[in-house]
Design a protein around this ligand. Structure first.
Ligand code: SF4
Length: 335
């Protein structure tokens, strides 16, 4: 897309789970880049591989899962096979992380301020007092009122929204070049979600960090990202700028997701029928074929796996019929 060097380059990444019956592929040939200061959104249903892709990037895959193919480069340095100690240094200093449940990052038995100060001192040579002052500034920045007093409390004394702000402050403590946020607002109620996303956007923009936002919510992606990847069954099925993907979706799955966005009065007028396939039982051809309104009568869809290719719209799409106008696809599928 550009001749700038990316911060992060993921190339042909495959993640597998080892089982007694052999390896099961969970992330299948995923490639993308993240550039300085940009916001990239990875969108997909639960089980699409979006979170596993980024856990692989951070070297935090659950036990039993491993990177079996491909490359993950951070500023040109290969991360696959890097020792734990080196990965730990990279996390927190260069890459900050925010997960859905703030309690995965916060110790319930320690005061919030002390935990955040410790995160600062892990990567910076500053006194405890300087670290605490920095923490107060960060908390203020993410919208925590009276941070000096609040920092003395324990996590359970903070509301869910405030805890998530604390985790954002912790992730930003060392001015990482990249912040990865996995469903950062899913556990919060709608009004708090918007406030937390605003805090996240402000603090990220003030530091110039890039953001990879992982979400199942296409609306959240549209509001926050400049580029997006749509994942389905472990693969990228569409990628491009938010505008390209929203204005001219070329993959029937993306078209279905867009149709299923909530309407202005909070109703969902459409739901994609069926469920994604199990990774143990992925269809031979296109993984979306059993749910695709366009696939009926098209042997190609069931026999050949479509490859992600650049389309005339400017976006890339993995569909044999992506070059048909999108309206035509939907109408054809509805017949
Ligand atoms: Fe649907 Fe066929 Fe395109 Fe897959 S390749 S999304 S089944 S039309």
């Amino acid at each position: 897309m550009t001749d700038r060097n990316p911060l992060l380059r993921v190339d042909d990444l495959e993640v597998v789970a080892s089982t007694p019956d052999g390896d099961v592929v969970l992330v299948d040939g995923v490639s993308f880049e993240v550039f300085e200061g940009e916001v990239l959104c990875i969108v997909g249903e639960s089980g699409s591989g979006k979170s596993l892709t980024m856990l692989a990037v951070m070297g935090l895959l659950p036990v039993g899962l491993r990177v079996s193919r491909g490359s993950i480069q951070w500023r040109g340095r290969e991360l696959v096979g890097l020792r734990d100690r080196e990965m730990r240094q990279l996390r927190g200093r260069d890459i900050g992380m925010v997960f859905q449940d703030p309690m995965t990052s916060l110790n319930p038995l320690r005061r919030v301020g002390n935990q955040l100060a410790e995160a600062v001192r892990l990567h910076q040579r500053v006194s405890r007092r300087e670290a605490l002052e920095r923490v107060h500034g960060l908390l203020r920045r993410v919208g925590v009122p009276q941070p000096e007093t609040r920092a003395k409390a324990y996590p359970h004394q903070w509301s869910g929204g405030m805890r998530q702000r604390a985790v954002i402050a912790m992730a930003m403590a060392n001015d990482p070049a990249l912040l990865i946020a996995d469903e950062p607002t899913t556990a919060l109620d709608v009004t708090i979600q918007a406030q937390v996303m605003r805090s996240l956007a402000e603090v990220r923009a003030s530091r110039g960090s890039a953001l990879v936002l992982i979400t199942h919510d296409l609306g959240l992606a549209a509001e926050n990202a400049s580029r997006m990847l749509i994942m389905y069954s472990g693969r990228i099925v569409e990628s491009g700028s938010v505008r390209e993907v929203f204005d001219h979706p070329t993959h029937p799955y993306t078209q279905g997701l867009l149709k299923s966005l909530l309407t202005g009065n909070g109703e969902r007028a459409f739901a994609i029928p069926g469920n994604p396939p199990s990774p143990r039982d992925r269809p031979e051809g296109c993984a979306f074929a059993p749910r695709c309104p366009v696939a009926a009568g098209r042997a190609e869809c069931f026999e050949h796996r479509p490859v992600l290719q650049l389309r005339a719209t400017g976006a890339s799409s993995a569909c044999h019929f992506a070059d048909s106008p999108s309206a035509e696809l939907i109408e054809e599928g509805a017949r």
